[in-house]
Write a protein that binds this ligand. Sequence first.
Ligand SMILES: Nc1ncnc2c1ncn2[C@@H]1O[C@H](COP(=O)(O)OP(=O)(O)OP(=O)(O)O)[C@@H](O)[C@H]1O
Ligand SMILES: [Mg+2]
Length: 237
Amino acid sequence: MTATVLNQRHDAVRGLISGQHMLLTCRGLRRVVAGQNILDVERLELERGRTYLLSGSNGAGKTSLLRVLAGLDEARCKQFLFDGVEIDLANYPRRMRSKLGFVHHHPMMFSTSVTDNIAFGLRAAGMSRPEVRRRTDEAIEWADIGSLANRPPQALSAGEKQRVALARAHALDPAMYLLDEPTANLDENGRVLVTHLIDIIAREGRTLLIACHDRELLSLDGVVRLHMRDGHLEGVA
Ligand SMILES: Nc1ncnc2c1ncn2[C@@H]1O[C@H](COP(=O)(O)OP(=O)(O)OP(=O)(O)O)[C@@H](O)[C@H]1O
Ligand SMILES: [Mg+2]
């Protein structure tokens, strides 16, 4: 059994013992940019181990919500609890960054190699060289991207980039994944491969919040659908 699977079981058991079914609870979330209220979410509760699809039309606030949860953009929040711990969003703690894996729609990568891009985040997290090597190798095997390992990222297709970005996030073993339109604009083959990896993450017991368009809802089992409109969360679609 891999360390990742053991960690996940440990998390799940810890959550059940402490009665924390909710991984994330957030109340009264607001983000104002240039006088415009782009996020106004009364309540968001995400259960541990569930997959949530966040749909909504262009400009509804999907990316903004993911970025705020990942600590990339500022917002005000009356209450924000993650894994039972109260978090000050205005003062986003560093340790939270490794717990939430944000994957951009167009993932940014250094023009070195795929392997180096995966290793970078691990080094930045302060891991030892052997640990970085072990996790990088594991992530490449996990995503089945061995054939891409030595390729320069700028030579990858959109689908290949998305798989590398998922491997890079997976290497850090976050409790929650925030995926921004992971399959948008991919061809059929790319969509199938990326969806397969997302499905594996869900089966590993991780929590996922995935932004996607109404017309492109991912076909995954047992998902909870959330819908956004004009910065508001409208609940199950
Ligand atoms: N930094 C910013 N400055 C000004 N307005 C912003 C900024 N970020 C987002 N917005 C505005 O907030 C609203 C929500 O944008 P957001 O990108 O979150 O929507 P979205 O649901 O992800 O849309 P899409 O489906 O096009 O990706 C839009 O009206 C957008 O123009
Ligand atoms: Mg968006």
